[in-house]
Write a new protein. Structure first.
Length: 240
């Protein structure tokens, strides 16, 4: 059965499973590791019936800031895989506590991920991300700052600080649907990654940083509403 128009499925648009070399703007250090992870997790790509929309919104080269919801642990893997279909290797800003595990720390460092000390206005992390963007790389950031588990969380200002530090860098939003359905095992979920440009554009001159981050998250949540019962029960909603 064919997917809906504008949707690529894992069986239709995967490209080569292993690229011969990184495209310009991709850090070479973690390229082989990313390809190894992709090969190891091919079964997961099949299991979640991964589909991708809006890849045309993702530039093939040059700096790019990917802003996405983070409902479950699957979301970064879905972004890594789907961006590889465009030949882009994404580096994430990730909470520094993930580096407590020596094995995981080795993987994260090898893949070029950037540790962030939450709640401290980590300028070193911002500087590392800015340097990567200046080099033409793709940086991924989750405005909620942690796994939301499908609940509505407020947006943090990290994405706005990056946008302010790198004016002109394209901002692409990613709405990831279906990752919370993993809890329904053994029923197979259907995960869709939808890329699109923000309706309100990038950071406007004089725009409040918190308002900008909230605006981006609100656009994502318009497409992927909070799924948890707690959000509905307590009347938690996004910004007006």
């Amino acid at each position: 059965m064919n997917a809906s128009p504008g949707i690529a499925t894992a069986g239709e648009l995967t490209g080569p499973d292993v690229y011969e070399r990184p495209v310009p703007g991709n850090p070479s250090g973690g390229w082989q590791l990313y390809q190894a992870i992709r090969l190891i997790l091919r079964w997961l790509r099949w299991w979640v019936r991964l589909e991708v929309r809006g890849l045309d919104a993702v530039p093939g080269t040059g700096p790019i800031l990917i802003v996405s919801n983070h409902d479950t642990w699957l979301d970064p893997l879905a972004l890594i895989e789907s961006l590889m279909w465009k030949g882009r290797q994404v580096r994430f800003l990730a909470k520094s506590t993930l580096w407590k595990s020596r094995i995981l720390a080795w993987v994260l460092n090898r893949a070029g991920q950037i540790p962030v000390r939450r709640g401290e206005g980590d300028q070193a992390a911002v500087a590392a991300a800015v340097t990567a963007l200046d080099s033409g790389e793709a940086i991924g950031i989750f405005p909620e700052g942690t796994i939301s588990r499908g609940e509505y969380l407020r947006a943090r200002t990290g994405v706005a600080r990056l946008a302010r530090a790198c004016p002109g860098v394209p901002v692409v939003l990613a709405a990831i649907h279906g990752s919370t359905d993993l809890a329904r095992f053994p029923r197979r979920p259907r995960v869709v990654v939808e890329y699109f440009r923000p309706d309100g554009g990038g950071l406007a001159p004089g725009e409040d940083l918190a308002a900008f981050s909230a605006r981006l998250l609100a656009e994502i949540r318009e497409r992927v509403p909070p799924s948890s019962n707690r959000s509905a029960r307590e009347g938690i909603t996004g910004p007006a």
